[in-house]
Design a protein around this ligand. Structure first.
Ligand code: KG4
Ligand code: ZN
Length: 357
């Protein structure tokens, strides 16, 4: 029988649980988002998140096991996110995984959440190493060379806000609610992307760093230059113009990342993998589609449900490590911070200060 891994994700505001087998089949999956619990506060409240994970995790684990018709004895390992993320939530998922492992004599796999985002494209599209990863989420914005399981080289990351964080802050300024990304995208659909000439951060600069705080400030100034009625009427145009600036900036950075990747791996057919919640954004996807098509690069974007936080990516990352014979001791700690590439210098200004950082 094919090996099966149970995956548990609790690093932020989604409780995700899934079962994946080594033939890349998703046997069962479920995600409970805590949007309603946090909406009142305009962001994720760590203590509320941890409690919500405690309240639903056991039930969700029982549900996916029943759906797949499996008992714990049928599992080959249990994988849980051990970091990076909000420490309270991480402890809930990791401790639950440890308890199941202890009782049923199973190996534990402590998964890096970012690595799970990075490896999802190998579950959905069987992408071979090495490839270039653009990770754009609520807590992260980086270009990473993925050379193998546990082997990453960061080419560049944000010096201030994560991209999802920038979307969320712009949405907040416009009164569009949380999470902001989908709301900004919806409003932008009927807007004019050329009305506001927002700056395209980092355009033409050497390297692969990102920056979004200047763009955010430009949006704030545009809003303040209008009367409240004018600003309300301009919401679609502001969102469309903001999205256009984001797409141009990210495309410019990604082209540089591809160039670096191709220099380091001459002759290897390049693949660009996009991951993280912001990968759901259609304007961004279109910009990436154009730049990869022009350069003969394969573009892989997992389906939206696997781009945002979920248990399936954790189960799959666990499977990748299990088939390599890797497992972790039961006293493995949760880690609020856990960079993919420990050799990379911390980005100027830190980056990733958002609710999901
Ligand atoms: O990967 P994710 O679910 O959580 C982590 O950060 O780990 O990403 C959530 C982020 C939020 O900031 C949300 O606003 C953004 O992804 N997002 C979007 C869209 N859907 C989600 N941003 C832009 N356009 C979207 N359609
Ligand atoms: Zn994530």
């Amino acid at each position: 029988m094919a090996r099966v891994v149970l995956g548990i994700e609790t690093s932020c505001d989604e409780t995700g649980v899934a079962l994946v087998d080594e033939d890349r089949r998703v046997l069962a999956e479920t995600v409970r988002t805590q949007l309603d619990e946090h909406a009142l506060y305009g962001g994720v409240v760590p203590e509320i998140a941890a409690r919500a994970h405690v309240e639903s995790l056991d039930r969700l684990v029982a549900r996916v096991m029943a759906e797949a018709g499996l008992g714990f004895a049928d599992l080959s390992a249990v994988a849980a996110t051990a970091g990076p993320g909000l420490i309270g939530g991480l402890l809930v998922g990791l401790t639950t995984a440890k308890a199941i492992c202890l009782v049923h004599g199973l190996p534990l796999i402590a998964v890096n959440h970012l690595e799970a985002h990075a490896l999802t494209a190998r579950l959905t599209d069987d992408v071979a190493f090495p490839y270039l990863l653009l990770l754009v989420s609520g807590g992260h914005c980086q270009l990473v060379e993925v050379n193998g399981v546990g082997s990453f080289r960061r080419l560049g990351s944000t010096v201030d806000d994560a991209l999802g964080e920038a979307f969320d802050k712009v949405a907040k300024m416009l009164g569009l609610g949380f999470p902001g990304g989908p709301a900004v995208e919806r409003a932008a659909a009927s807007g004019d992307p050329a009305r506001f000439d927002f700056p395209r951060p980092m355009l033409g600069r050497p390297g692969c760093s990102f920056s979004f705080s200047g763009l955010k400030t430009a949006v704030r100034q545009a809003i303040l230059s209008m009367t409240p009625e004018e600003a309300r009427a301009a919401v679609p145009d502001i969102c469309a113009s903001f999205q256009a600036a984001v797409a141009a900036s990210v495309a410019d950075r990604t082209v540089r990342g591809l160039r670096l990747f191709q220099e380091r791996h001459p002759g290897v057919p390049a693949s660009l993998v996009v991951a993280g919640g912001v990968a759901a954004n259609a304007a961004l996807r279109e910009a990436l589609r154009q730049l990869t098509a022009k350069r003969g690069v394969r573009l892989v974007v997992p389906p939206p449900r696997l781009c945002t936080d979920n248990g399936t990516m954790i189960a799959w990352a666990g499977m990748e490590r299990l088939v390599l014979g890797q497992a972790d001791p039961l006293d493995t700690p949760a880690r609020a911070r856990w960079p993919l590439d420990p050799a990379a210098e911390p980005a100027l200004g830190g980056g990733g200060k958002g609710p999901k950082a």
